[in-house]
Write a protein that binds this ligand. Structure first.
Ligand SMILES: NC(=O)c1ccc[n+]([C@@H]2O[C@H](COP(=O)([O-])OP(=O)(O)OC[C@H]3O[C@@H](n4cnc5c(N)ncnc54)[C@H](OP(=O)(O)O)[C@@H]3O)[C@@H](O)[C@H]2O)c1
Length: 297
């Protein structure tokens, strides 16, 4: 899928860790003249062999074109590199694909706005081997006109690149909420395998049944969204009081076998707060009503 180089816009990549290298390689594969820079030497050898231009300094790299993509450990790292480059970046577009919190993204966007830089924030939601493929998902938010102007170049990085809105923190908001699903579900899976193992059931025997539960989750996600947006939690078919009792059975059995049940204890604590608020006859999703507060932590 090498496109014609002459038609493609130049792109600069700052930060050549595992992900930065994958991004630069995908840009090269897409035919983009690609300039690369990394703090430490030696991480650009394969990219240079593929046709990348090595910049001696970050400022030289940024000056090479209208679009700079940065991907570093966190915003402490990216701002340490970017802030001294404000004059060079002025009038250009900066796409920050570093992962961090929504507030760090908003701070970086405020800094960029003051410096006259068009700022787009992004969150990469796939591992390095998927970068550049049609299924690759990168979330974007921030300056819409800059995103739209550079979308053809960004498309070399991911086939799926939703623009979530002009709040530059939105990409990180979605990223972290998705990661919470991932880590909570992963922890729940491991706890279930531990419960099965504690009763002598092998992981191979249990896995097909874990998959059965996985299959019921997609329609549940859709139902949750409908209920939360309507703030109505129908419980006629399965209510919170009944399901909280079910949670208690799981806790009891797991604890009896010495399994670490702390993740599910947190779910039970939220369920108990919803029960105390009178949601017992409503659906399990009514727990949402006690999960958030408008008070910052
Ligand atoms: N790898 C993945 O699968 C993946 C997936 C999704 C999202 N991400 C996100 O992508 C970002 C980069 O991840 P990665 O896997 O590429 O990390 P990595 O391999 O650890 O690379 C980190 C990069 O940050 C640079 N860096 C760190 N501190 C710096 C500083 N103070 N000044 C200048 N450069 C600095 C490093 O430069 P040196 O080489 O000089 O140390 C290196 O280029 C992270 O935010 C990560 O969460 C990664």
């Amino acid at each position: 899928m090498h496109a014609s180089t002459s038609a493609q816009a130049p792109v600069t990549v700052l930060g050549l860790g595992a992900m930065g290298q994958a991004l630069a390689a995908a840009l090269l594969d897409g035919g983009h003249p690609t300039t690369v820079w990394n703090r430490s030497a030696g991480k650009d050898e394969e990219l240079v062999a593929k046709g990348a231009r090595r910049a001696a300094t970050a400022a030289e790299a940024v000056a090479a074109g209208p679009l700079t993509v940065v991907c570093m450990t966190d915003y402490d790292a990216s701002q340490a590199v970017l802030e001294p480059l404000a004059d060079t970046l002025r009038g250009r577009t900066l796409v920050n694909l570093t992962s961090d919190t929504p507030e760090r993204a908003r701070e970086a966007a405020r800094w960029a706005a003051e410096a006259g830089i068009d700022y787009v924030d992004g969150s990469i939601m796939v591992p390095t081997p998927v970068i550049g493929l049609p299924d690759a998902l990168i979330l974007f938010s921030g300056t819409r006109s800059a995103f739209e102007a550079h979308e053809p170049s960004l498309r070399a990085l991911a086939g799926n690149l939703p623009f979530l809105g002009t709040d530059p923190g939105l990409a990180a908001v979605y990223d972290l909420a998705m990661l919470n699903i991932f880590y909570s579900a992963y922890g729940g899976l491991l706890r279930s395998f531990a419960m099965a193992a504690a009763e002598g059931v092998t992981a191979a025997d249990f896995a097909p049944f874990a998959l059965e539960i996985g299959k019921i989750m997609p329609p549940i996600i859709e139902g949750i969204a409908t209920d939360i947006d309507a703030r109505t939690y129908p419980g006629a078919q399965a209510n919170l009081a009944m399901m909280a009792a079910g949670v208690e059975h799981v806790l009891h059995a797991g604890r009896a076998k010495g399994v670490d049940m702390t993740g599910l204890e947190a779910v039970k604590a939220s369920a108990d707060r919803a029960l105390a608020k009178g949601f017992g006859e409503q659906g399990f999703t009514s727990i949402f009503e006690v999960m958030r507060t408008d008070e910052p932590a």
